[in-house]
Design a protein around this ligand. Structure first.
Ligand code: FE2
Length: 327
């Protein structure tokens, strides 16, 4: 049963997505995946004048041809399955707008996107595109540099309003990929920083020594040992590569949110898109236009980082500096 304010929040976000009269919407679910938003998504899509259908697949990461055909002909998709089938990120030629919705209702409402979030994120993205270098430092000891320009990046602002755009409600952040082999320096994952997909706060600092685009050493206590064990378990050197890099611009995100939920109840957009974070990650660079595949992708948001693009500070000790990017 959904409350009046949750119903209003869905209308607000599908409104930002410009879902309207005469459009076709598909709500995508999968077996064994929480589809608590199915009825609300269908109802609100219909109230906005769209025709809406629910499709449930067996495995969201291997979408069958029938489901893909439906997604390609739809104007708008609400993805409750969080499909990682590469085809769902290739709907741009079909014009399909895709919005993933996973987080608990109170997080959807607390981090409710606003139209201006898109402007703030696009400003950050434009700054990245004009820059040749990114440097990140933290008081905990991070000092890391990467060259930019060879690959693209992604941005999320919490709604999907343009043909072919993929997004997630909630979450606003910008990412880019470093030039192949250019990442060098030290990343310190400090106490209280987060490692995804484990959804764990680090209890003792982990130091990553990075050279030529890859993590070459992992130093620290028990958390370092566990991270090393996880990465080694894949027996694939590409899991040690540096992946997307960027900073968070989300409205009303809470760093401590993970502690209030069972892991399967929360996706972690609070941490990943946390306002003023630095989001470090490992593994593939396919979605930046690169060729690196990797069987594991870690998202590691750091708090209180300072981020430079060339000689311009974008974030200073966790504070977003550019007026155009401030919430
Ligand atoms: Fe990621």
């Amino acid at each position: 049963m959904f409350t009046k304010s949750q119903h209003a929040a869905w209308h607000h976000v599908l409104g930002l997505c410009k879902l309207g009269e005469g459009e076709t919407a598909v709500v995508l679910g999968a077996q064994g995946v929480d589809t608590r938003y199915r009825d609300t998504a269908l109802q609100v899509a219909r109230e906005r004048g769209a025709t809406a259908a629910y499709i449930e697949v067996e495995n969201a990461n291997r979408l069958p041809a029938t489901a893909l055909a439906a997604l390609r002909t739809a104007d708008f998709v609400v993805d409750l399955s969080h499909s990682h089938d590469p085809e769902i990120r290739k709907l741009a030629p079909y014009g399909t707008r895709t919005l993933v919705v996973l987080e608990p209702p109170e997080i959807l409402e607390r981090m409710l996107p606003q139209a201006s979030d898109k402007d703030r994120v696009l400003h950050a993205q434009a700054c990245i595109r004009q820059s040749g270098r990114m440097r990140v430092t933290t008081a905990a000891g991070t000092d890391f540099e990467v060259a930019l320009g060879e690959l693209g990046g992604n941005c999320q602002y919490g709604f999907s309003d343009e043909p072919g755009h993929w997004d997630q409600w909630p979450g606003a952040f910008v990412t880019t990929y470093g030039n192949e082999g250019s990442a060098n320096g030290t990343v310190v994952i400090a106490e209280g920083d987060i490692v995804f997909p484990q959804k764990e706060y680090v209890r003792n600092a982990i130091t990553l020594r990075i050279e030529g685009g890859y993590i070459r050493a992992i130093e620290g206590g028990v958390d370092a040992m566990l991270l090393k064990a996880t990465l080694n378990s894949y027996a694939d050197p590409e899991v040690f590569a540096v992946s997307h890099l960027g900073w968070g611009l989300s409205r009303n995100s809470r760093w401590d949110a993970l502690g209030f939920y069972d892991k399967k109840e929360i996706e972690g957009q609070d941490g990943r898109g946390h306002y003023g974070n630095f989001l470090f990650s490992t593994g593939p660079n396919l979605s930046g236009g690169g060729t690196r595949r990797a069987p594991l992708h870690l998202d590691i948001p750091l708090r209180d980082a300072t981020v430079w693009l060339d000689d311009r500070q974008m974030v200073k000790a966790g504070e977003v500096l550019a007026a155009e990017q401030r919430a």
